[in-house]
Design a binder for this molecule. Sequence first.
Ligand code: LLP
Length: 385
Amino acid sequence: MIDSSILLSAAELFGTPFYFYDLDFIRDRVRKVYDFFNQFDFHLAYAVKANFNLDILSMLNELGTMVDVVSFGEYERVKKAGFTPDRIVVNGNCKSVGELKKYVEDSVYCINLDSLEELLRLESVADRPVRVAIRVNPDVDPRTHHHIATGLKENKFGVDYETAERMIQIISSSRFVRLVGLHCHIGSQIVEVDPYRQAFESMRSFASKLNLQLELVNLGGGWGIDYGDGRQLDLEEYRKIIFPILKGFNCRIILELGRWIVAPAGYLISKVEYVKRTKNKNFVVIDAGMSHLIRPALYGAKHRIEPLYEQKDRPTIVADVVGPVCESADTFAKSLEMAQPKENELLVIRDVGAYGYAMSSHYNLLRRAPEILYSKETGFRVSST
Ligand code: LLP
């Protein structure tokens, strides 16, 4: 956790609510993931959807990562941040014909094909060599929230192995489409290693059954972080169980992490407007709402909420922490026990660097939270985006 005095001085300068990103943390995470995979030919393709802040992307560009984009908007954004197409992986289950054309023209590093139909679309527009991977759907339960499970056969993403085989046949007689890899992303906020084991083992047996000469295997993202309940992906277990499977692929490994890289680096700082007392309940009403951070309303996600005020000698209160949006879903915590806040005191909502600002909206026309960037060396500044 960043020193709270830093958050307090930022609040004085910028007002609330605001997002605050610790750039040193993100840099450190990138280093850690490259160190972790140092025995492999490895690349991180950061999942831009988690946080598309231009300054963060520019920093990642300088650090030499690759990026994974899921829309043309993200594609344009990463190019603006300095990424050249040869460091861009294109994902998404709905690429338009025009977009595919552009990806071919620019020679992106790899297009991850989500369907046979998409392959046919690409085939019809490809007029020069284009590198593709097939996104397989291994039908594995990632044991995460059902909204963010993507590798079950009931999910819209990827193709089963039979379809993948047909796609490979089509590609083998294609003039320009070149199969370089297999891709899979089974879900997000995954805290158990076993779903990964199942997915990667099934991909490996598929690759060896067809004797595929792969240049890369793309493992998707999904590493779960600790949101305060102590559950997170155990990397030592991952090393023990997953590395031997990866060695069997004998090719480049791409990992599309988003959350693990940026979530713990982000803080949402909000002001307490007042404490509302009813016969049933107390409500701590704060100036950040579901339009700033929708994860609790959408997924029932629990983020740690911590006071940025002196807690000593305060009575304790049990209250729901709620925002200003006109919906009952606008609730960040239920029956939270906390040192009773006074008006204008600050709370910090933790681990919001991923899918926080990126999923925020104009709902109720609340003021959009500015994004503040911080690093030890340069102090803080308002982000240009
Ligand atoms: N690759 C693909 C193809 C993806 O669809 C995703 C996330 C990732 C990589 C990155 O996953 P990560 O490492 O961040 O778990 N809004 C939800 C999360 C949705 C994830 C969508 N896809 C949330 O707030 O929890």
